[in-house]
Ligand binder design. Sequence first.
Ligand SMILES: [Zn+2]
Length: 167
Amino acid sequence: MQIGSGFDLHRIRPTRRGFLLAAGVKIPAPYRVLAHSDGDFIFHAVSDALASSLGTNDIGHFFPPGKPETKAMNSAVILKHYLRALIGQGAQILSVSVVVAAQKPKLAAHCPRIRSALSEALAIPLHRVGLTMKTFEAVKPLASNCVACWATCLVEEGRPRMRRRQK
Ligand SMILES: [Zn+2]
């Protein structure tokens, strides 16, 4: 078994009709999330956790920010990249645990929807997805400036393959 952890943070900018994307779920917010991609911080943190458990490069390596091909990119595509890598290695996800920190809006009410979207995106049963919603406890520099996400995953490795002899 292999454990992986990932982290993601995005700055936010106040706006009246903003929204955030959490595992593909669009939630109205009093700000917009500043990002080169679509800013889905859950998909980003979970993708990096998977990358870490698979011993492969992180999302910044495969999907570099600032490039035209990753502009406004749907982060589900990023996640799918790692799910394919997982299948390629014959590995499977045992469980994923995610912590989100956002001051506004109160995300607790949206938790069931986001959790079920994440379970669907990862193609694993709901009871294998943990999701905790936190605020920044009104620590102002964080609360009014960013959203963040931490993710941990447990992955069962595939059957060991015959290794080629090192030259
Ligand atoms: Zn991100």
